[in-house]
Ligand binder design. Structure first.
Ligand code: ADP
Ligand code: TZD
Ligand code: MG
Length: 580
């Protein structure tokens, strides 16, 4: 990929390259095969030339969705997902996804074109003027700008290493418009590129830390393992399973760690979650943080104060003691830490006392029986459980399909009802509980894995990225979207407290037909009002791989405010229910 410069007669011709080609060559050299983005000044030709050079370039309708796609590609592959945007507004649209990737520890690189430095820095009002590097810095792991074509190789290398080494996260790479047109000799350009060697080096835990963790574990009477999405990301699936099984310790998976071991595994204590959190005496966290999702490791949910010791495996040393004392910090990459624990356990490991495992089994059986009776109902109009029973069966029949999930009730109920059987098959709103990841995640999941994708979306949640159904149809991706349409956020039954004509703040158009949206782009739309209709439509979509959107009509009164986290939702003590 180079041009030949005509020099004056008699001189040898020098092969040339430019900024565009160097960026593409640098990405390709480092194994990056896909770019998710939205074209425009100054990066239109970058996308075009990348496609010409054999990269997969997926053009979205909004940068936030492209960014979410890149982020989840990073989670799925352990290699940074790349999002490409234009300057200021495109950059800002992508920045939400970059910040979310950083929060969730997903490796991602946001590459944005930017305006002329000289004009931006004097604030003279350039086209889409913004000091993007300064804005990005506080919201991601690393941020770099390249001003000279000869530095593109180093810039891309630094971005890749920053994204995937240590705790993974988002990195911003600022490429000013002028850079792309800079020309240099092709041979010098080739030499300037850097292939990053061992971008995420193993981080071996200290032997004393491994011994300390094993000592704490040996002293436990009621041990528990919590698997987080860091454990899913680490791709140490076999060793993690071996550790759980050899130790005999019950485990609870966090949302995106579901399926790391099949949810039907006898040691899964997910159905007895509150019991094991409260009653355990030693908890080993593997790639999970003691943040709000685990009540910060303290409070009523965790039993009496001082009743627990924590062991924590994490690559980020500063995660230790973030919320409570960690009795045995095990700093290193999960693969190395788990392997070291397995070696240290030896052949005479004593499994936990049967009183503990029996107590859990009894609680689990009771809770599963209670859930089964709720799932057994064939309610019409559908409530969450009657619709989710169908989708649970779909995943059971197709365990290699990828499930994307967002919403409030739609998220919380689906997480509880749908068992996962394989690692990294459940992708959801993550650490922030952010709405809008749906279509970006679904598209990247289909592109990166080639597997069918089932996206279970609240009607509100879907609205944040819904325009990407066009993208799904355009690339003919095997994505089946099921919109849980309950006419609104949490419920469709709220009223306007003023008595005025405006809709309630949480309500949407009643009886909306989301299925018709996808028909406009050539996809399959289905309106499903019963569990049978829903099952038939989802089966057809998953078997055919055709882009499909099913409007699942859910009883507008079925949901509860904020789903399972109503306790975090402040309410006015002064408002009478149903009236001002
Ligand atoms: P969850 O939401 O599932 O509880 P979190 O996102 O809170 O999970 O935690 C994931 C943790 O995993 C982070 O603290 C991160 O540093 C850690 N992590 C990610 N990848 C690795 C790895 N390869 N080795 C060790 N720790 C990792
Ligand atoms: N904006 C963003 C970016 N993230 C958010 N989490 C919210 C707003 C607030 N929010 C939630 O936490 S859930 C939700 C919103 C708007 C939508 C819930 O409605 P739904 O699901 O239709 O998606 P259910 O099934 O009706 O509960
Ligand atoms: Mg809803």
């Amino acid at each position: 990929m180079s041009a030949v410069l005509e020099k004056s007669v008699g001189e040898p011709e020098a092969e040339l390259t430019d900024g565009f080609h160097l960026v593409i060559d640098a990405l390709k050299l480092n194994g990056i095969k896909t770019i998710y983005g939205v074209p425009g000044i100054p990066i239109t030709d970058l996308g075009r030339l990348a496609q010409a050079a054999g990269m997969r370039v997926i053009s979205f309708r909004h940068e936030q969705n492209a960014g979410n796609a890149a982020a989840i590609a990073g989670f799925l592959t352990k290699s940074p997902g790349v999002c490409l945007t234009v300057s200021a507004p495109g950059f800002l649209n992508g920045l939400i996804a970059l910040a979310n990737a950083t929060t969730n520890c997903f490796p991602m690189i946001l590459i944005s074109g930017s305006s002329e430095r000289e004009i931006v820095d004097l604030q003279q009002g350039d086209y889409e003027e913004m000091d993007q590097l300064a804005v990005a810095k506080t919201l991601c792991k690393g941020a770099f700008r390249v001003l000279h074509a000869a530095d593109i190789g180093i810039g891309v290398a630094r971005a890749i290493r920053a994204a995937v080494s240590g705790r993974p996260g988002g990195v911003y790479l600022d490429l000013p418009a002028k850079l792309f047109g800079q020309v240099m000799e092709a041979e010098a350009g080739r030499r300037s590129l850097v292939k990053v060697i061992d971008p995420a080096p193993a981080q071996i835990p200290a032997p004393t830390a491994v011994e300390r963790a094993l000592d704490v574990l040996r002293g436990a009477k009621r041990p528990l393992i919590i698997l987080g999405k860091g454990a899913a990301y680490a791709q140490a699936d076999n060793d993690i399973r071996a550790l759980v099984e050899k130790s005999g310790i019950p485990y609870v998976p966090m949302s995106m760690a579901k399926g790391l071991l099949p949810d039907t595994h006898p040691q899964s204590a997910a159905a007895a979650r509150s019991t094991v959190l409260a009653d355990s005496d030693v908890v080993m966290m593997i790639g999970a943080r003691l943040n709000w999702l685990l009540s910060h490791g303290k409070g009523k949910q965790w039993g009496p104060p001082g009743s627990k010791k924590f062991i924590q495996i994490d690559i980020e040393p500063r995660e230790m003691d973030s919320n409570v004392e960690i009795a045995a910090p095990l700093v290193g990459d999960i693969g190395s830490c788990v392997a070291a624990l397995l070696r240290g356990m030896g052949d005479d490991w004593k499994q936990p006392p049967t009183e503990w495992t029996e107590a859990i089994r009894n609680k689990k059986d009771a809770n599963i029986a209670r859930m089964a009776s709720r799932l057994g109902k064939n309610s019409i109009p559908m409530d969450y459980h009657s619709a989710l029973r169908v989708l649970r069966d779909v995943i059971k029949e197709r365990p290699d399909a990828i499930l994307v999930n967002e919403g409030a009730n739609t998220l919380d109920q689906a997480r509880g009802v749908i068992d996962m059987y394989q690692p990294r098959k459940r992708l959801d709103v993550g650490t922030w509980g952010i709405m809008g990841i749906g279509m970006g995640f679904a598209i990247a999941a289909a592109i990166e894995t080639g597997k069918p994708v089932l996206a279970i979306e609240g009607d509100s949640a879907f609205g944040f990225s819904g325009m990407e159904v066009e993208t799904i149809c355009r690339y003919n991706l095997p994505v089946c979207i099921v919109v849980f349409n309950n006419d609104g956020i949490y419920r469709g039954t709220d009223v306007n407290l003023s008595g005025g004509a405006d809709a309630a703040t949480t309500g949407f158009v009643k009886g909306a037909r989301y299925d018709r949206m996808i028909e406009g782009f050539g996809g399959v739309g289905v309106n499903a009002t019963t569990p049978d209709e829903l099952k038939r439509a989802v089966d057809a979509a998953m078997d055919s791989g055709k882009p499909t959107l099913i409007n699942a009509v859910i009883d507008p009164a079925a949901g509860s405010e904020s789903g399972n986290i109503g306790n975090l939702n402040p309410k006015s003590a002064l408002t009478k229910k149903g009236g001002a």
